[in-house]
Design a protein around this ligand. Structure first.
Ligand code: BG6
Ligand code: MG
Length: 216
């Protein structure tokens, strides 16, 4: 029997991937690097600085910027990304998410957020679902990003559960890998790319029954 839930944010609770993509694409273009949607898939779940490093490596420019310059580039992307999120509202919750969180609340099943995004608290506020989460892991406290299991282990511990007692929800391959390495049950939310390694894969929360899921 599972006793707690651990959620990724981008691509699970709301679809912010398109905004991350637009902001990275604009920044990359300024650096004479062209990225496409297929490359963008490899950035899902990856931290801001690691994403920048991957983009620079993709464009063959990994060695030309200082750490300070890279931080300025990442900050510029983030300012643009946050602007793109200005209209985000509860209507941007992905299908079935609100009912699923509400079902967990009614049953007293604790929820934690395991997102690589430093914008997560702001996004949860805009979506009006912050109150459903007992804890939001601060990605600044992590030694390693996804696919390392650290963020999921911290999330389970934050709701006083062993990882084996929790279910993780992810849309990214790196996240599924982290959930499985943490010893949790993995639910994959599949969008464009095929997700492998999850215990089950669904297209939306509408396909999930909380009671049945908890029996795993
Ligand atoms: C993840 C996204 O949730 O957060 C990544 O899938 C993103 O694409 C990462 O790079 C970090 O987000 P932020 O908001 O801190 O730049
Ligand atoms: Mg995600």
């Amino acid at each position: 029997m599972k006793k707690g839930l651990v959620f990724d944010l981008d691509g699970v609770i709301t679809d912010t991937a398109k905004f991350h993509y637009l902001a990275w694409k604009a920044l990359a273009a300024e650096l004479d690097i062209t990225i496409d949607e297929k490359f963008n898939e490899t950035l899902k779940g990856i931290s801001r600085m690691d994403s920048l490093d991957r983009i620079l490596a993709f464009g063959g420019k990994e060695d030309i910027y200082t750490q300070e310059e890279k931080e300025a580039l990442a900050a510029k992307k983030n300012t643009h990304y946050v602007e793109l999120l200005s209209e985000l509202s509860p209507s941007d919750l992905l299908p079935g998410v609100h009912d699923f969180l509400e079902a967990a609340r009614v049953k007293g099943i604790p929820c934690a957020l395991a997102s690589a995004s430093k914008n997560a608290p702001m996004i949860l506020d805009k979506l009006d679902v912050a109150n459903y989460f007992a804890h939001v892991v601060d990605p600044a406290t992590l030694k390693k990003g996804k696919p390392d299991p650290e963020i999921f282990l911290k999330a389970a511990a934050s709701i006083n559960l062993a990882p084996e007692e929790t279910i993780g929800f992810e849309d990214a391959a790196a996240g599924i890998q982290g959930i499985k390495e943490a010893g949790m049950y993995a639910v994959g939310l599949e969008t464009t790319e095929k997700l492998t390694g999850a215990d089950i894969v669904v297209k939306s929360f509408n396909e999930l029954d909380l009671d049945e899921l908890l029996t795993h």
